[in-house]
Design a protein around this ligand. Structure first.
Ligand code: ADP
Ligand code: ZN
Length: 621
């Protein structure tokens, strides 16, 4: 049977091997056992029920909470030659009847259905089917403990009652112990085996930058996007206004982006999402409303304009990058002002204790000077044996120096103001900024005024963050976020202890490989060529063979996708295009071996892709 499953995997999905746990899960389902599957986003949950659905006679029922998700999955399956359909209340009655007919005739292998339909269809339609298995996607929606509680999900117990012999597989990317128990109990799963995949996503680079002001953040983002020209990415913002402002700011750099937030008109929002999914626009500036229902596999980067409120949220959001397993970059901006806003949310949330604790974990992650991935994994209850080598801390391990004098300067300035200043004002004093408010408050008369002139404010920000983190200074949240020296800080101030700070370095590779300052349109008066625009059709010139080939393949993929009316990543994933660039198949037989090329796609697209590869290689000789 193992061999048979592998053959089906290659035939329908074009993959050579299973990912960890997939095969075991499939076996369990084929043995008619109930299962609970926990895998991170992009881990490969769908194959776990799609493959047994293909293998077994009859129709598999897949409960899915979002119409957009169902549509995506169905289109993906159909593109691979697997008969699949979705049933939801938004469809015209006629179409629903037609799909039901196909199902009862046994012509559909996978039927996606919304949870509220389960109850209405439980008496007549569902019993008329030859059910092979039942998959409950996003199963955490069943639990009040989870973050996406869906009342409709609580009625799904009816499935086990009506179809006691049909195996149920519940799948989710996020489930703590409580949610897990909830899923098992509420779905009435029969002694299910629980599969927990590693939550590690080694292809995501992890980067945190802190203490930047808005302007610095935006120019950092512009540079980042220019280095990721032609690639899709999401910028998560905390507030709606941030999304639209950011779109304007990026436009000034000649970068095209769209906004997405819950306050937009539904049509407008849908268009933004649609343009993004179909690679018509590469950058979306969104609130966290964006994402559920986005299965786009070629999202190459995710930026957090502000810090998320918990590690769960953060991990889910960055998880939207690199579903195809290809290297993808993530960048998080962290500042105390975000922290202050989140504290307020948490305090007002009704569950303040839990939420403040979660926020604190998030803060510690941002401030960490050990491998960030280890922190994430340990948060999810996993141990990593080694540092990851793909986070900013691993790539640029901190170098310590004796920073006692810096601490003394900062603390002495704070004390001389009578502990009445926050971070910004403190830096203004240290650097003798001459800002009106500094003068008005008489701080220019202080002995420490200008004592830290030798360091740029960027560097001071970093060191003061460290001083807070190391416990020399603290922020008093109860009185206007002023800074207060701690006992430990006073010891350093009076020379009784030394302070070891991590040397500030201009950020490394991932964040700022490009040395050139990006120019803003407003400043130069003319727009620079739009680097981020979805790749227009253009002649093959310049670049390495690999780059040219990848670009050409991507163009072809887009053309085919728009002709077929499905998103480009459903034609071939970035990983598949990348494999073509690497293998350079020039015959159909070679093309068959490409990762992600199944039988149907081989028949349908083999010729044109091989033709294009030959053409490019010929021209590049
Ligand atoms: P999830 O639902 O867990 O977020 P998906 O099921 O969408 O993840 O899978 C993520 C990506 O990984 C998809 O592009 C999928 O085709 C791919 N994938 C799944 N299983 C394999 C495999 N065994 N080999 C290669 N790619 C796989
Ligand atoms: Zn690391």
């Amino acid at each position: 049977m193992k061999k048979e499953l592998s053959l089906l995997l290659k035939k329908f999905f074009g993959y050579d091997s299973f990912r960890p746990l997939q095969e075991e899960i499939i076996q369990e389902i084929l043995n008619k056992k109930d299962t609970l599957v926990l895998m991170p986003t992009g881990g490969g949950k769908s194959i776990c029920y799609q493959l047994p659905a293909i293998y077994l006679p009859g129709t598999a029922l897949v409960v899915s909470p979002l119409i957009a998700l169902m549509k995506d999955q169905v289109e993906g399956l159909v593109a691979n030659g697997i008969p699949a359909a979705a049933l939801n209340s938004m469809m015209p009655e006629e179409q629903q009847q037609q799909i039901k007919r196909l199902c009862t005739q046994g012509k559909i292998k996978l039927l996606y259905i919304s949870p509220e339909r389960i109850v209405t269809e439980a008496d007549w339609f569902l019993p008329s089917l030859d059910l092979s298995l039942i998959a409950i996607d996003e199963a955490h929606c069943i639990s009040h403990w989870g973050h996406d509680f869906r009342p409709e999900y609580t009625q799904l117990a009816i499935l086990k009652e009506r179809f006691p012999r049909t195996p149920i597989v519940a799948l989710t990317a996020t489930a703590d112990k409580l949610t897990r128990t909830d899923i098992v109990e509420q779905l009435k799963l029969n002694d299910p085996k629980i599969f927990i995949a590693s939550f590690d996503r080694p292809n995501l680079s992890l980067n945190v930058r802190r203490g930047l002001n808005k302007r610095e953040k935006i120019s950092t983002i512009a540079r980042f996007i220019m280095r990721h020209a032609g690639q899709s990415g999401i910028i998560y913002c905390m507030k709606r206004v941030d999304t639209t402002r950011l779109v304007d700011e990026l436009d000034a750099y000649g970068i095209e982006a769209v906004a997405y937030h819950a306050g937009m008109m539904p049509e407008e929002r849908e268009r933004a999402q649609d343009d993004f999914i179909n690679d018509r626009v590469n950058v979306v500036c969104a609130t966290v409303a964006f994402g559920m229902g986005i299965d786009k596999s070629n999202v190459r980067w995710v930026i957090h304009f502000s810090m998320p409120g918990s590690i769960e949220n953060y991990y889910q959001e960055i998880g939207r990058a690199g579903r195809d397993g290809m290297p993808s970059d993530t960048l998080l901006f962290y500042s105390y002002s975000d922290l202050i806003i989140h504290r307020k949310f948490a305090e007002e949330s009704g569950q303040s204790e839990i939420n403040l604790e979660k926020l604190d974990q998030m803060r510690r992650y941002c401030e960490a000077d050990i491998c960030r991935r280890r922190i994430l994994l340990s948060y999810f209850g996993e141990e990593a044996a080694d540092d990851c080598g793909n986070c900013d801390v691993c790539r640029h391990p901190p170098v310590r120096f004796d920073g006692s004098v810096l601490v003394q300067k900062a603390l002495s300035a704070v004390l001389r103001t009578g502990e009445r200043v926050g971070i910004k004002m403190l830096i203004d004093i240290l650097r003798a900024s001459g800002r009106a408010e500094v003068i008005e408050r008489g701080y220019d008369k202080l002995k420490t005024y200008g004592a830290g002139r030798d360091l740029p404010s960027r560097v001071w920000y970093e060191y003061i963050y460290q001083m807070i983190q190391l416990g020399y200074l603290e922020i008093d949240y109860t009185s206007g976020q002023v800074l207060r020296p701690t006992l430990l800080g006073r010891k350093v101030l009076f020379g009784e202890a030394k302070a070891h700070l991590a040397l500030y370095r201009a950020p490394g590779n991932v964040v700022e490989a490009e040395k050139k300052e990006p120019t803003r349109k407003a400043a130069t008066g003319k727009a620079r060529p739009t680097t981020s625009k979805a790749t227009p059709i253009r002649p093959i010139t310049g670049g390495t063979v690999a780059e040219t080939l990848f670009d050409a393949l991507r163009q072809l993929r887009r053309q085919i996708a728009s002709r077929e009316g499905i998103p480009p990543y459903l034609i071939f994933s970035d990983a598949t295009l990348e494999d073509m660039v690497e293998q350079r198949p020039t015959t159909i037989e070679e093309f068959r071996e490409i990762h992600g090329v199944g039988q149907i796609k081989l028949d349908k697209y083999g010729k044109v892709f091989v033709g294009l590869i030959r053409f490019v290689l010929e021209r590049k000789k």
